[in-house]
Design a protein around this ligand. Structure first.
Ligand code: FNR
Length: 371
């Protein structure tokens, strides 16, 4: 019998992932000045390549300097940000993994502290004191919660400008050599706020009906697909349910996933929650694989490839998700921080690669000789 499903390659367009293990995007709040990736990012991301993952995502990467999630997030709003990413991409490629970048616009949730500093929204005064062009924008002048300032409602030109920023960042991501692009349409950031009937009170073509609320998501995906090379995969992360009563739900996500697929999106990455302070910890029961049912239903009903994420802890659990048709790819977040060699250890737990052949050549032959 062949390898476990978790270690079966997956080809999406012209990119072949060596296995189904994905490292989920995770904000590091550690960029160099100017939102540039540095040594931290090389080591942080590079270790997952040594650790055997098939695809490694860079954290949420801003398309606009004033729309970062955290004030020390990386970005791709400027050409100066391309070369530092390129050296990380080259290291990851040299060590056998594919690498993607997650493009984001934080919208009305721009400008927050790192968790180790409290994880709170910064005040307008604190943002102004950085001397950088911070701004909070959204579909409507509705704050994300008591700790957030009220965003400016975007006008039509403002929306068009954000579409152009996504496309420009996608072109830079290609120049940096990334294999995969993910658009962050979840967790209450800009596009998620357009999807939500609670955050989006517009009465123009971008608000009201579900079709109108989905318009910005579809337009950005289409714009990006037009500049992102045909052979490279495009993923979209959504909050499959936003965690609010009468808000964005799973039925809506199935419809959105179908439409995203129709404009050339290859994989739907199924997360949840984050629309407001109250849903930051996601009013979804949390437990082993708690978001897998979202991925399973979207995969089956929208007939699109999906990535499952959220409390997926070990190889056997990941393998059974794939076996049961819950997802095509398995993303691991915190458990990869706990164990950067998660993929190699998952293989062993499934009785695979016991000869250490998938490990870095610098290490594998020595490990195979251990008594
Ligand atoms: C995250 N998460 C996250 N999600 C995202 O889409 N973009 C991001 O930049 C971040 N940043 C981030 C930082 C850190 C330190 C953590 C722990 C998480 C969410 C993450 O990708 C993942 O969806 C969740 O952590 C759930 O998966 P796990 O951790 O249970 O495997």
């Amino acid at each position: 019998h062949g390898p476990p499903r978790l270690f079966t390659p997956l080809t999406v367009r012209d990119v072949t992932l060596k296995n189904r293990v994905v490292v989920s995007p995770m904000c590091q709040h550690s960029a160099e000045p100017g939102g540039v990736a540095g040594a931290w990012h090389l080591v942080h991301l590079g270790k997952f390549a040594l650790g055997g993952a098939g695809l490694i995502f860079v954290e949420s990467t801003a398309v606009e300097p004033g729309a970062r999630i955290g004030i020390r997030d990386v970005g791709l709003w400027s050409d100066a940000q391309v070369a530092p990413f390129k050296s990380i991409v080259d290291f990851v490629h040299a060590n056998g993994a594919a690498i993607g970048v997650q493009l984001a616009h934080a919208g009305r949730k721009a400008g927050s502290q790192a968790l180790w500093e409290g994880g709170r929204a910064l005040t307008v005064e604190q943002l102004r004191a950085t001397g950088e062009p911070w701004r909070r924008v959204g579909p409507s002048a509705v704050a994300a919660g008591p700790e957030w300032s009220v965003p400016d409602a975007l006008d039509r030109e403002g929306i068009a400008e954000i579409r152009r920023m996504f496309a420009a960042a996608a072109e830079r991501a290609d120049r940096a050599g990334f294999d995969v692009l993910e658009l962050h349409f979840g967790h209450g950031y800009l596009v998620a706020s357009f999807l939500s009937p609670h955050a989006n009170l517009r009465d123009d073509a971008y608000g009201g009906s579900r079709e109108n609320r989905m318009r910005l998501a579809i337009e950005i995906a289409r714009d990006v697909r037009a500049v992102w090379p045909e052979g490279k995969p495009l993923f979209v992360r959504i909050s499959a349910v936003d965690g609010t009563a009468d808000g964005w739900g799973l039925d809506d996500s199935v419809v959105l996933a179908r439409e995203l697929k129709a404009v050339g999106v290859d994989v739907i990455d199924c997360s949840s929650g984050g629309l407001s302070d109250e849903t930051r910890n996601m009013n979804v029961p949390r437990g082993l694989g708690f978001q897998v049912p979202f991925s399973e239903r979207i995969r089956r009903e929208a007939e699109v490839m999906t990535q499952a994420v959220g409390v997926i802890l070990d190889g056997p659990q990941a393998e059974s998700i794939l076996e049961e048709g819950g997802a095509d790819l398995i993303a691991v977040g915190r458990q990869a921080l706990y164990d950067p060699y998660w993929a190699h250890h998952a293989a062993h737990a499934l009785g695979y690669d016991l000869g250490f052949e998938g490990w870095p050549v610098q290490h594998g032959p020595w490990l195979a000789k251990r008594a």
